[in-house]
Design a protein around this ligand. Structure first.
Ligand code: 8OZ
Length: 364
């Protein structure tokens, strides 16, 4: 064995109840290939199976309800047809010894009336339109103006997360990741740039972190804290996300997640999602120290920086997003030190097998 086959990235560990065989996670990636009924494309079986050597696959953001959708042809986990299709995906990954969790998604205000039932307006903490675009049947369009959720609608949203988590387990997933990042619904509640509520879900940091806490508690009560993870992105500008004081906000968010007890993991996007890591100064070490469970770090890591982050004890896994698109055998390539392939930007969103399941593995 040469030294390149060893190293901290290639050791097993455990995320709550989920045993993983290495420290490399596939980050959730939106690919817009769902078919009629917002059902995962049958090609997703091969796509995820090709990537099953990841220690953990975090499957693409998936709507918890029809109102949670914000882009064309993204999948859901609220209908029987969706559950059945996802079951084929999880079985294929498990047949290769992989582990896979589903990212639970409600987009909130990042949507368009053409994508929502009966052409409804998107829902959000406050009736503040985002300066953001989405992808509809007509191409890239400005998101639609949202309406503010009434206080008595919030229990129904929490129930949708709970049911979606149950559905994910029924579909064979090893757990779920609650998507609280990138300017979508939960993140909109967290930040004062999008939350101007005057009730128990707005105003103070305590109130703005309430929906996150209640959703994650509900999901953990339904499927077990040890199968429940959460994704955060403290300083991303994605989808018009902004807050006047991200450091205390996200420290309190993580403290509250820690207090739930025994969560499988927290997964943090450092810097701008898919962009610079240093767009806004942020103390990730202090954030990490507030959580006593497994930590997944993401954004712009390379083999050496990933290995350092594991070896230092800062992170338990490193998630790779863009690298996983064109490198289905990313684990083997990192292990062997093989050069990584570049992705084709024209086949990221929508389409069929080209740019999806036809990127080759070097290891056969
Ligand atoms: C790219 C395109 C559409 C959605 C995210 C779910 O940023 C997404 C997403 C990414 O979290």
């Amino acid at each position: 064995m040469t030294s390149s086959t060893d190293g901290p990235l290639f050791t097993p560990t455990r995320l709550g109840a989920i045993e993983v065989r290495n420290r490399i996670a596939m980050a959730p990636l939106t690919r817009n290939r769902a078919i009629e009924g917002r059902v995962p494309n049958p090609l997703a079986i091969e796509y995820y199976q090709q990537r099953a050597s990841a220690g953990l696959i975090i499957a693409e953001a998936t709507q918890i309800s029809p109102m949670g959708q914000g882009y064309l042809d993204t999948p859901g986990i609220y209908s029987q047809a969706q559950i059945d299709a996802w079951r084929s995906v999880t079985a294929a990954v498990h047949a290769r010894g992989g582990r896979i969790v589903l990212q639970l998604w409600h987009v909130g205000r990042i949507s368009h009336t053409s994508l929502l039932p009966d052409g409804q307006a998107p829902v959000a903490p406050s009736a503040l339109p985002a300066k953001a675009k989405t992808f509809t049947a007509k191409g890239f369009e400005d998101v639609s103006a949202p309406r503010a959720l009434a206080l008595d609608e919030i229990p129904g949203i929490i129930q949708d997360y709970r049911q979606a988590a149950r559905n994910a387990i029924t579909a064979g997933f090893d757990g779920v990741e609650v998507h609280a990042a990138n300017g979508y619904l939960i993140d909109q509640f967290l930040r004062d740039g999008s939350n101007q509520r005057t009730d128990a879900y707005g105003g103070s940091i305590e109130n703005r972190t309430r929906l996150l806490d209640e959703v994650v508690r509900a999901v953990a009560a339904e499927i077990g804290a040890d199968r429940t993870g959460v994704r955060l992105s403290p300083v991303t500008p994605a989808n018009d996300a902004h807050d006047s004081e991200p450091q205390p906000l996200f420290e309190r968010a993580v403290e509250r997640l820690d207090a739930i007890g025994g969560l499988a993991f927290i997964h943090v996007i450092e810097g701008a999602t898919g962009g610079p890591r240093d767009n806004i100064a942020f103390d990730y070490a202090t954030l990490r120290a507030k959580f006593r469970g497994p930590w997944i770090a993401n954004n712009g890591y390379a083999k050496d920086t990933a290995a350092d982050a594991i070896a230092s004890g800062y992170a338990d896994m490193i998630a790779f997003g863009r690298a996983y698109i064109a490198n289905p055998d990313l684990v083997e390539r990192l292990r062997l030190g093989v050069a990584l392939s570049d992705l084709d930007p024209n086949t990221l969103y929508g389409g069929g097998s080209h740019g999806y399941t036809d990127y080759p593995s070097v290891s056969g």
